[in-house]
Design a protein around this ligand. Sequence first.
Ligand SMILES: Cc1cc2nc3c(=O)[nH]c(=O)nc-3n(C[C@H](O)[C@H](O)[C@H](O)COP(=O)(O)OP(=O)(O)OC[C@H]3O[C@@H](n4cnc5c(N)ncnc54)[C@H](O)[C@@H]3O)c2cc1C
Length: 359
Amino acid sequence: MNVQQPARLAATLVVPVPDPAALRARLIEHLGRYAESETTPTGDVLLSSELGLSRLTIEAGGLRIASESGDAAGLAYIKMIMADHVLEFTGPGLTLHWTGAGAAGSPLPFFRAMTVTAVRTVGRFRRLTLAGDDLGRFAEGGLHVRLLLPPEGAAQRWPVTGDDGRPFWPDDNPPPARVYTLRGIDVAAGRVEIDMLLHGEHADAPGAAFAARARPGDLVGMTGPGGGDLPAAADYLLFADETALPAVARMLAEMPAGRRVRAFVEVEDQADRQALPTAAAAEVVWLCRRHGEGLEAAAAAIGADDLAPDTIVWGGMEHAARRALHRRAIDVWGLPRSRMRLASYWRRGKAGDDHRHDD
Ligand SMILES: Cc1cc2nc3c(=O)[nH]c(=O)nc-3n(C[C@H](O)[C@H](O)[C@H](O)COP(=O)(O)OP(=O)(O)OC[C@H]3O[C@@H](n4cnc5c(N)ncnc54)[C@H](O)[C@@H]3O)c2cc1C
């Protein structure tokens, strides 16, 4: 019988460095958090993750990185991640050149140009419908995307694959990027829905400003998806402020019957509550800051005995709140990392998402 193997896409990078062993050790140290590493009998190191596989070989001319993936986007991410790390460790002077699949100048497989087709106001959110082609890969592997938000009136040219595997901007003008959740996705219709919060004090911030001014016909870039899938479990405990409410809405909408969910959602006041349809057995507790309620107090009222043995604890919120919840999950609830998905969605006083720290 002839068993058809999925096609593998492959690309190779030779990094010309005087001490390839030292570079390889640093790559393994840094990428080991996301990829499994294994040394072969010939002394090569294999790094494997859900994106694909890379073989790291020490040669006379430097370090050879031979990468492969079953998916063009997976390979493109590997190339970008490798190049980012190599240049961080060697300094920016080095010129990198990948050979193989995903040639320089070709479209970036994880990028889509999207057009705003509808905008409406939902409480403190602007709900944007964006249309684009070939959205299948955005339906799996994570809920969030990075929106590339050109300033008003800018004539934006979008990135292509660079020679070094990183995005190449033809006009050298990458716009600000911010992370948002696909609250809904309809692959067949080529549509996604995003709820963008109008966080009042910072009306000129790229995300909030775009949300306020967006009109049908506006263009945005979108890369992703990211964040990984929620592990399967019988019980979930969710904690969210407004920025993670779209993620809670999507998780509940996609949760099958038979799962139990308790969700704590912190909002400004009762008017911010939304309907959150689900097939799961879900209890949603709305906490109103205006009445002095918040995630920290809600979490403090939960003891280790209140958690079913396989409960997955998920959360998205401000940086300091995430740290407090993370500490409680370890010190009080005794949860292992495998049962926690706690992320900082924004940080008071800091722009962008460089502060992010996922668990
Ligand atoms: C995985 C993930 C998913 C996310 N999904 C969503 C989503 O679906 N919808 C959504 O609205 N946001 C979401 N966020 C949060 C969003 O990325 C941040 O709020 C982001 O900072 C907004 O960018 P900005 O340009 O408006 O503000 P920035 O330029 O990043 O920040 C400017 C100032 O505004 C402050 N600020 C940022 N966010 C808030 C806030 N929520 N409340 C008060 N002050 C704030 C900052 O502290 C800073 O002082 C998500 C974040 C992550 C990491």
